[in-house]
Design a protein around this ligand. Structure first.
Ligand code: ATP
Ligand code: PRP
Ligand code: MG
Length: 285
């Protein structure tokens, strides 16, 4: 049996459940408040925990696999194996000061107070930069602390930048990037390599398909070479013969959604027609 620990709430909760559904690891028996769930695979069960606690649970074997942020993994110092970057919950951990502060450089924070939910990362960051500071640990709403005399600066996560901006804070240094990772207990991985590889592959196939579309079109044989030049394709486009009165081919290719707009126009201009653009669920390499 493989036990996977997932965050029980927060901004990454829904995206992670959606990832499992797409990967075919359908969750059964799960209500919002329940801390355990089964999956369609009898050999895989889920437990729901605080994202911050997950690295430790995976390290000590309470869970064989876990999903949580690189920020919490680094902060915990847990010894685990990282199997996959899920690309969900991307954020930057930054050092910020009030907009009207004269502080612009790290060394100006010598002996000052830094509030954060990440005391270990913060101590390491200032230590490696040779600046001595007093770290004040808080458990949320860190952005308020410089305005109430609790701290001179903060180390906190930002993605859209909205929270920093409405709280009149400016970034003066970048500490680390984070996103959700699939992590494994070392012994569990050694004991169940095949099952772990199977789960990793299932999740990876969803990530791989993200932002990609499947293009299908009919192409007169005379235009085939020009059409092939326009298509990137994973390993070149697939070309099939179409039963038709004039020589005709069906061409299929995987294209990134960012390229679709431009490619469609180019394909049409060289003779492709009946173009279909289809979503891709998963790509298993
Ligand atoms: N602004 C953000 N943008 C993207 N991801 C973020 C952001 N803030 C936090 N995260 C990520 O979301 C994950 C869960 O954090 P979240 O803040 O939802 O939980 P928490 O801090 O444990 O709970 P709560 O904030 O409710 O106390 C973390 O791994 C973190 O990296
Ligand atoms: O750049 P933004 O998009 O504005 O996001 C930044 C905010 O997101 C996180 O807060 P969270 O929602 O986890 O609340 P918390 O402070 O209670 O943990 C983080 O601690 C910031 O406050
Ligand atoms: Mg939070």
């Amino acid at each position: 049996m493989v036990r996977i620990a997932l965050p029980n709430k927060g901004r990454v909760y829904e995206p992670i459940l959606e990832l499992f559904e797409r990967a075919g690891l359908h969750i059964v028996d799960h209500s919002e408040r329940s801390l355990f769930a089964k999956t369609v695979d009898d050999e895989i069960s889920l437990l729901f925990a605080r994202a911050r606690d997950i690295p430790e649970y995976v390290e000590n074997g309470a869970a064989d696999l876990g999903i949580t942020g690189e920020d919490f993994i680094e902060e915990s110092g847990a010894v685990v194996e990282t199997l996959l970057d899920l690309g969900i919950g991307r954020a930057d951990l930054v050092l910020a000061v009030p907009e009207d502060s004269s502080i612009e450089r790290l060394d100006q924070l010598e002996n000052k107070k830094i509030a954060t939910e990440f005391p270990n990362i913060t101590k390491k960051f200032f230590g490696s930069n040779g600046v001595r500071v007093h770290v004040v640990e808080v458990s949320g709403a860190t952005e308020i602390t410089p305005h109430i005399g609790v701290a001179d600066a903060i180390v906190d996560l930002t993605s859209s930048g909205t929270t920093l901006s409405i709280n009149h804070l400016k970034v003066i240094a970048h500490v680390m990037r984070t996103s959700q990772r699939l992590i494994a207990n070392k012994e569990s991985r050694a004991r169940m390599p095949t099952k772990m590889a199977e789960i990793t592959l299932a999740l990876e196939s969803v990530i791989e398909a993200r932002g990609k579309r499947y293009l299908m079109m009919n192409v007169p044989a005379s235009a085939l070479e020009e059409v092939k030049k326009k298509l990137p394709g994973m390993s070149g486009p697939t070309v099939m013969r179409v039963e038709s009165s004039s020589p005709m081919c069906a061409v299929h290719a995987v294209v990134h959604e960012m390229e679709i707009y431009k490619i469609i126009n180019e394909l049409k201009s060289v003779g492709a027609r009946d173009i279909l653009i289809v979503p891709i669920e998963r790509i298993v390499r």
